[in-house]
Every structure is written in C-alpha cells, then in structure tokens.
Design a protein around this ligand. Structure first.
Ligand code: BV8
Ligand code: ZN
Length: 241
C-alpha cells in the first residue's frame, strides 16, 4: 500500500503533466513504443524549420492529431487533478501541462498552463492573431489577413509560454507532483530540480522510471489513472481531518 505525504489547507501544490496522463484516454504518447516519434520525424513536423520547408506536411500531422483529439475523453487521472483543485483553497493549486490536448479543461481543471501550446489553437504567422478551433482546416489554412496559419504549439527550438511565471510558481510551491512524463524534454524536465532546490517535496507518478527520477522524493510507479485517484482521496481526507 502506497504511503503519501500529508497536506494541509495552506499547502501550495504545483502539478506538471506530460503525455502519459492522456495515454489511458487513447492519446498516443511520444516516446513509448507505438508513440508519435516512432511514426513521424520530429525535426520535420515539430520544428520551425520543418514548417518552413514543408507546411503541408506539418499541417497533415497536426490535422490528424486535431481530428483524433475531437474523439477522446478525459480519464480518471484528469478527473482526480480537477478534484484536487476543487478541494484546495483558491490559489493553492497550479496545473502546468506539456500536453497540447484539451483533456484537463474537459475534466474541469481551471487553472491550467499549456506551456507547449494547444492543438485547439491556431496562430497567424503574419499578424500573430490566435484563434481557437478544432474544426478541420485546409492543407494550408489562411488568416483573414492573408497570412499562413500555424498550430499554436511550441516546437523544438522555440521557447515555451510563460516560462518566468512558471518558474516562480515551481520555486514557491510546497509539493511538486510530476505525472506521466519521461523527463526528457527541457525546460519542463528541469522543473522538478528547481522545486526540490527551493525546498518542495517532489513526487513522481509514471508508468516507467523517468529520466529525472533522482530529483523525486517519492515515486509511485504505475498508471496515473489508477494512482492519482488514490493520492487525491488520501489528500482529501487530510483536509477534512
Ligand atoms: C527550448 C510540441 C530554449 C507540441 C513539444 C538540441 C537541439 C535543439 C533543442 C534542444 C537540444 N537539446 C535540448 C534541447 C531543448 C529541447 C529538448 O529538450 N530536446 C530534448 C528532446 C533533448 N527543448 C526545446 O527545444 C524546448 N525549447 O529549449 O527553448 C529555451 C527554453 C527556456 C528558456 C530559454 C530558452 C521546446 C520543447 C517543446 C517541444 N514541443 N511538443 C506537440 O506537437 O505536442 S515536446 C513534446 O514532448 C510534447 O509537448 C510532450 O509533452 C513533451 C514531453 O514528452 P512527454 O510528455 O514526457 O511524453 P513521452 O512520450 O516522452 O513520455 C510519456 C511518459 O508517460 C513515459 O515515461 C511513459 O512511461 C509514461 N506513461 C505512459 N502511459 C502512462 C504513463 N504514465 C502514467 N500513466 C500512464 N497510463
Ligand atoms: Zn493574420
């Protein structure tokens, strides 16, 4: 039986999620077998250079994932994190996700930072306007200004959104919980190091041992859809006691 650290009402919790939390919803991860990078060349579909050299190929890649995103539902792991936000006082919970799917919001999470952007958003390469749509888009979608639209996601070599704010949240929390990520992609993979160095208790939940396991005070190996509901139930009881 897993033993979890206690929390109190004033405990500030920051959670970072990766593709693993959406795996039980049928969304493929990146680096597991059968994952996305096993089928697509990351440099040609998830870099600015790849988009510049062949935007049609990049849009085919993202349109396929956008179509698939319309058919998936949150799983028990997403709902557990939405419940955790509910039971904690306003302002004590922050969810940072590397994922570009919308399953955290669909499960009811409110304070969500999509540091790598969102599948459901597109941005004009000319005027910079960002629009929210999961509708099918043409192979080379255009903005009303005539500019070419791109997915509003962060590619390799691009800077993730709100980094300064995210680092300050990570460095101010009491508990840093990292779920469903291989800990390979930076700067997200370094959050656990910053949290630990700032005195937080660091907790990992993952199917396999992640690359940055050494910075986790506690590590629960298994499916997030099974572990997170148990962890949140335990913390809910801490708050009632
Ligand atoms: C940056 C786009 C500078 C949207 C993504 C050399 C050249 C160029 C760059 C670099 C370089 N070396 C390092 C870098 C930096 C680079 C990087 O880290 N590369 C790595 C691969 C070496 N990073 C960047 O370029 C970043 N930008 O560095 O800018 C900077 C930064 C800060 C300040 C100043 C300057 C930009 C990175 C963002 C790239 N965009 N996605 C999209 O199309 O999705 S990354 C992509 O990987 C996704 O966002 C994804 O979320 C992310 C991380 O992957 P994971 O989520 O961890 O998924 P993965 O498949 O790897 O692992 C899943 C895990 O889940 C597994 O461990 C598995 O065991 C587990 N699991 C499976 N099922 C379950 C489960 N766990 C629990 N339950 C289950 N059921
Ligand atoms: Zn435009």
């Amino acid at each position: 039986m897993d033993v979890y650290p206690d929390i109190a009402h004033e405990t500030r919790i920051v959670v970072l999620t990766g593709a693993g939390i959406s795996a039980e919803s049928g969304v493929p991860t990146f680096r597991d077998k059968g994952g996305i990078w096993g089928k697509y060349d990351v440099l040609s579909v998830a870099t600015p250079e790849g988009f510049a050299s062949d935007p049609r190929r990049v849009w085919r890649f993202y349109n396929e994932r956008r179509r698939h995103a319309r058919s998936v539902e949150p799983n028990a792991g997403h709902y557990a994190l939405a419940r955790l936000e509910e039971i904690l006082p306003e302002g004590s919970f922050t969810l940072i996700t590397q994922n570009v799917d919308h399953l955290h919001r669909k499960a009811g999470s409110r304070n969500v930072h999509h540091m790598h952007g969102e599948l459901a958003k597109v941005r004009c390469t000319q005027c910079g306007k960002v629009r929210e749509t999961l509708d099918d888009l043409p192979e080379l979608p255009q903005c009303s200004c005539g500019g070419l639209l791109r997915p509003h996601v962060v590619w390799f070599g691009e800077i993730p959104f709100d980094m300064e704010k995210l680092f300050s949240l990570v460095e101010a929390c009491d508990i840093f919980l990292v779920v469903g990520t291989s800990g390979v992609v930076h700067p997200a993979a370094s959050f656990v190091i910053h949290a630990k160095r700032s005195g937080a208790t660091t907790i990992g939940v993952n199917l396999e041992i992640p690359e940055n396991r050494g910075f986790m005070d506690r590590f629960y190996q298994g499916k997030s859809g099974e572990i997170l509901p148990r962890l949140v139930e335990f913390w809910a009881r801490c708050l009632i006691a």
